[in-house]
Design a protein around this ligand. Structure first.
Ligand SMILES: CC(C)(COP(=O)(O)OP(=O)(O)OC[C@H]1O[C@@H](n2cnc3c(N)ncnc32)[C@H](O)[C@@H]1OP(=O)(O)O)[C@@H](O)C(=O)NCCC(=O)NCCS
Length: 152
């Protein structure tokens, strides 16, 4: 298998919605993605397997020198192979090239895999949002993480 990163706007909003629905409780629709990407401040990358099938993506909203990750998903059958890490490293490279100083994201307190991965890549906790997630996500508290110059 080969995996390459491609700009998120090369992926159909239908495929993004399919992946999102497999990965995150908020379950964005194709229409949600179309609305989001009508705004150039939203950007991201997807991972394509064998130049055929998109198996994950990360998207973000950029404001001046700061970015916030909105969605980060790898389809269940492709997890645990380092693909999530590959996407985050691509994000760091792009952030560096675009002079983005800070990258923020929220992760559920109950999301062991996500927390492990973010910690390994140097994200640090900068806050908590209580009652942020619906009960169905096995916990309601969001941990706010930052990859910031003072943390790196
Ligand atoms: C979070 C997510 C994107 C990670 O993708 P992935 O491709 O599986 O990630 P990787 O394989 O690059 O790395 C996962 C790391 O977490 C570890 N991990 C995976 N599952 C784990 C678990 N249940 N408990 C602890 N660590 C776990 C892996 O061992 C690996 O760490 P390592 O490099 O030290 O071995 C993926 O699990 C996913 O899409 N989850 C559902 C959506 C989600 O939670 N998104 C993030 C919201 S903030």
């Amino acid at each position: 298998m080969t995996y390459r990163t491609i700009p998120i706007r090369q992926v159909s909003t239908q495929r993004l919605a399919e992946i999102h629905q497999q990965c995150l409780p908020s379950r964005w629709s194709s229409k949600d993605f179309a609305l989001l990407y009508a705004d150039p401040a939203y950007n991201g990358f997807a991972l394509e397997e064998n130049q055929l099938k998109v198996v994950g993506f990360i998207d973000l909203h950029v404001v001046v020198e700061e970015a916030e990750v909105y969605s980060f998903c790898i389809t269940p059958e492709h997890r645990g192979k380092g693909l999530g890490q590959k996407l985050l490293k691509k994000l760091f490279t792009e952030a560096h090239q675009r002079n983005i100083q800070k990258i923020f994201l929220e992760v559920s307190e109950a999301n062991t895999a996500g927390r492990h991965l973010y910690r390994a890549l140097g994200f640090k906790e900068v806050g908590r949002r209580y009652g942020y997630y619906p009960q169905t996500d096995h916990g309601t508290t969001a941990i706010v993480l930052c990859s910031c110059p003072e943390n790196r």
